[in-house]
Design a protein around this ligand. Structure first.
Ligand code: SF4
Length: 277
């Protein structure tokens, strides 16, 4: 019997595609059509929990936007025709047989390539034509949101889902594997959250068996509260953990109780928070 395609299974079918893939997303609660602008697997973060297998080399870094638009259009058309009768999509649970979103995510930071604005515009056009009502989302680590070319393109998206995995500089460097200044992330989040509501995505985990301590969680809540106090709008916070095999075996999922306690701390500060264990 074919394995049922579910939350844990992020096999990227449609292997012939270079940019567009489909996964059943636990957070989106349906089929998430992913747009990968980083087939070269380049990222300006090096999160130890990253699930991208960089032992296998990526492809070229230049993004062929017409090709991307064609792949996206084809998949959106299939979703209204025969997609759910073809393997492996015929194994998706009936309640998840819906296109939940089109999400720029993939194997690196999607705002990095020079073609990001053109790709965002092409995706917006395809979505408007073939899947009106399906949200177009950008999943970003927020490192480049201050760049003019990136900021201008944000208008193409319905929702911005921005990563914030830490409350302190030291923990940020540990869990996101970067030397970029933490303040840049905070400044960029404030920049966009003053203009429109953003979703905060926060992954918490255990590293060498140790989860974030109370001081780190307090600091994380403080950073979120400061964003709001300075005029930023946070739609809600998503607290989640490692779901699949990470790059670094020291990373393990934080248990549901730990995740719930973190979400409760965010709620105590007046934020809406949801847990995805
Ligand atoms: S930002 Fe995303 S793609 Fe980049 S290293 Fe972290 S988890 Fe991987």
């Amino acid at each position: 019997m074919a394995r049922q395609l579910d939350y844990k299974d992020h096999r990227r079918e449609l292997d012939e595609n270079r940019y567009v893939y489909a996964v059943v997303s636990r957070r989106a609660r349906g089929l998430s059509i992913g747009v990968n602008l980083n087939p070269d697997k380049a990222c300006n973060f090096d999160c130890p929990y990253c699930q991208v297998d960089r032992t296998i080399p990526g492809g070229p870094s230049r993004v062929d936007v017409p090709n991307l638009a064609e792949e996206l259009g084809d998949l959106l058309r299939r979703a209204t025709r025969d997609l759910w009768t073809a393997p492996p999509f015929d194994t998706v649970a009936p309640e998840l047989r819906r296109v939940a979103d089109v999400a720029f995510a993939g194997d690196g930071e999607p705002t990095t390539p020079a073609e990001f604005p053109a790709a965002a515009h092409a995706a917006r056009e395809a979505r408007d034509l073939l899947a009106p009502g399906v949200p177009l989302r950008l999943l970003t680590n927020a490192t480049l949101l201050h760049k003019d070319r990136v900021r201008a393109a944000l208008a193409e998206f319905d929702e911005l889902w921005c990563k914030l995995d830490a409350g302190t500089e030291a923990y940020f460097h540990a869990v996101d594997g970067t030397r970029l200044p933490f303040q840049r992330i905070l400044d960029n989040l404030l920049l966009v959250a003053r203009e429109r509501p953003i979703v905060i995505q926060s992954l918490f985990l255990t590293l060498d068996g140790v989860g974030p301590d109370d001081a780190e969680i307090r600091a994380w809540v403080d950073r979120l509260s400061e964003l709001v106090a300075q005029g930023g709008c946070i739609d809600h916070v998503q607290v989640y953990t490692v779901a699949r095999t990470p790059a670094d075996p020291r990373c393990r999922p934080l248990d549901a109780k730990g995740l719930e306690a973190i979400a409760a701390a965010a709620r105590d500060a007046g934020l809406a928070a949801a847990v995805y264990a």
